[in-house]
Design a binder for this molecule. Structure first.
Ligand code: N01
Length: 530
């Protein structure tokens, strides 16, 4: 157990928490990070399922705050694997001597703001009680796993796993009959590898998903050298784009060009691989007819790839491309041509229960040795809502967010002074390349803390008016797009009872400009107290 007085507490030791620690320490603040896991790494610590790798190219999914760091680290593949990313995180922690201020195996359970002192008391799972002026929630957007409440799981005689809490020792599926429930990014990455190992694999699909081939490959040393020769300029150019990434944005609208031109563009992007497919045309996430041209293209690719017509048809989504996170795969659709793989649609035939020997849908019973739940996360708010956070007047965050999350810039919550969220709801976060977005937030928060300290202030709190205006703006922009049309985790629609609110802000780079202006105007929209 540990107790004590600190300047700042950071919750979570993923990419956000680690850099936050580095920045706060460099301001001379005594800072401690609490991490629930037994090691650092956040999402990359937990998500160890077969095939886990990033869907952003490794030369872009890395820190840029240190030119030495970005020059010295050598990525090996176009898309880095989970173990390689974890090695990188470990390297960063060693290089900047971060571990000495990180307490592992310690879950933050509550945080209470005291108005008389303008400080937070934080309690932790080891019985610790800590006092700090600043509290930074670096808890990640996808860190609370979603386990559907299936009846009978406790009586299942086989083994079961969630992709977001994968065993460290790995899993050997050889000779086993395996079920995968879900067809999101985690499933789409793991299914081809589980299929290679298992005796038989049954995939239970509620909604089909669009996926673009990754065309992963070893990194070309010439390309790496070229980027490294101009890394800051490369990063800056990416900062000027909507995804904060090198996607080769096409400014033309899909409906303004001929069918041949569209086909040519989609083919080129399919060949290139990955998320830049969505940058093929400027109107894809705003115009339903434009989007349908991309949808048709992908469906044709699925039908070309999958031999069995009925299976191909089941795999073809009819939803809006990109309004659920686009998936990036290696051999996903082709995996359904294997003799040992079967696709079962549970859209109209839902899973009713897990049985001791497998599972039961409304119409059939199946036997399995192992079940993999690739059922996603209570995204963006799940982890924050599980901590008993109480702000001014003892108001619980659960209460303040009962109708959905409300923040100012995704960085601060009115009535919760001196508390910051890294990539919180209301920020572009998950609609961008997460790592530079994390760095942007951490830098903004560190600069804000430095300002408060320099001015000798006791607290900074977003005003309810500024927050309300920001929430309205976030909703307005979201509603101008096609995003609200799908039942996605962006909307909380995957969690029964969660308010249906489009949580991320669709508006990078204007968002960064707004954050800069707020700071330049002496933290416009915040109340500052002596
Ligand atoms: O989770 P998901 P995920 N019965 O929510 C299904 C990031 N990520 O872990 O769509 C049957 O996307 C559910 O069905 P439906 C990335 O941002 C990145 O795969 O709700 N099925 C869906 O198919 C991603 O978007 C990377 O109808 C049920 C699936 O489970 C995010 O994490 C890799 C069900 C959940 O899909 C989450 O991805 C992995 C039920 N009761 C993840 N409940 C990369 O960087 C849920 N489902 C590449």
């Amino acid at each position: 157990m540990s107790t004590g007085k600190l300047d700042a507490i950071v919750v979570g030791a993923g990419f956000a928490g680690l850099y936050m620690l580095h920045r706060l320490r460099s301001l001379g603040l005594e800072t401690r990070v609490f991490e629930a896991g037994s090691d650092i790494g956040g999402t990359w610590f937990w998500n160890r399922y077969p095939g886990a790798r990033c869907d952003i190219e490794s030369m872009e999914y890395s820190y840029q705050f240190s030119e030495e760091l970005q020059q010295e680290w050598e990525w090996t593949e176009r898309y880095a694997t989970q173990p390689e990313i974890l090695s990188y995180i470990d390297h960063v922690a060693e290089r900047f001597d971060l571990r000495r201020d990180i307490q592992l195996n310690t879950r933050v359970e509550s945080a209470r703001f005291h108005e008389d002192t303008s400080r937070w008391t934080v309690t932790t799972s080891d019985g610790g009680e800590h006092d700090a002026k600043y509290l930074v929630m670096a808890t990640g957007c996808l860190s609370s796993t979603n386990m559907p409440d299936f009846e009978g799981l406790d009586d299942f005689e086989g083994d079961w796993y969630h992709t977001g809490q994968w065993p460290h020792e790995g899993v050997d599926f050889s000779g086993k009959r395996v079920a995968v429930i879900g067809t999101g990014s985690s499933a789409i990455q793991s299914i081809p590898l589980i299929a290679e190992q298992a005796e038989h694999l049954t995939v239970f699909q509620r909604s089909p998903n669009y996926s673009i081939p990754a065309h992963n490959q070893p990194l070309d040393p010439d390309k790496v050298a070229e980027i490294k020769a101009h890394y800051p300029e490369f990063r800056e150019a990416n900062r000027q784009t909507a995804f904060h990434a090198n996607f080769g944005y096409n400014e033309a609208n899909a409906l303004d060009v001929s069918a041949e031109e569209r086909q040519h563009e989609y083919e080129a992007r399919w060949e290139h691989g990955g998320l830049p497919f969505l940058a093929a045309f400027a109107d894809l996430v705003f115009d339903a007819d434009a989007n349908e041209t991309a949808a048709e293209f992908i469906r044709a690719k699925i039908c070309e790839t999958v031999d069995d017509e009925e299976t191909a048809e089941l795999l073809c989504p009819t939803s809006v491309v990109g309004c659920k996170r686009l998936c990036v795969d290696t051999d996903y659709y082709a995996t359904f041509n294997r003799d040992n793989v079967k696709l079962v649609s549970v859209r109209d035939n839902p899973i009713e229960a897990i049985t001791p020997t497998g599972l039961r849908t409304a119409s059939e019973e199946y036997e399995f040795d192992a079940i993999v739940f690739a059922t996603g996360f209570d995204a963006m708010t799940g982890t924050l809502m599980k901590i008993d956070i109480r702000g001014v007047d003892g108001r619980p965050l659960q209460d303040a967010w009962a109708e959905g999350p409300k923040t100012y810039l995704g960085l601060a919550i009115a009535g919760f002074p001196n508390l910051f969220t890294v990539t919180g709801p209301g920020s572009p976060s998950v609609l961008t390349n997460m790592l530079p977005s994390i760095e942007h937030h951490v830098d903004w928060i560190a600069d804000c803390v430095a300002y408060v300290e320099q001015k000798g202030l006791s607290r900074i709190d977003a005003t309810p008016e500024a927050q309300a205006a920001w929430v309205e703006h976030v909703n307005e922009v979201g509603d101008s797009s096609l995003y609200p049309r799908c039942n996605s985790w962006y909307l909380g629609a995957n969690i029964p009872g969660k308010p249906r609110v489009f949580m991320p802000y669709l508006g990078f780079p204007p968002y960064a400009e707004k954050c800069r202006e707020v700071a330049e105007r002496g933290y416009d929209g915040f109340a500052l107290s002596a």
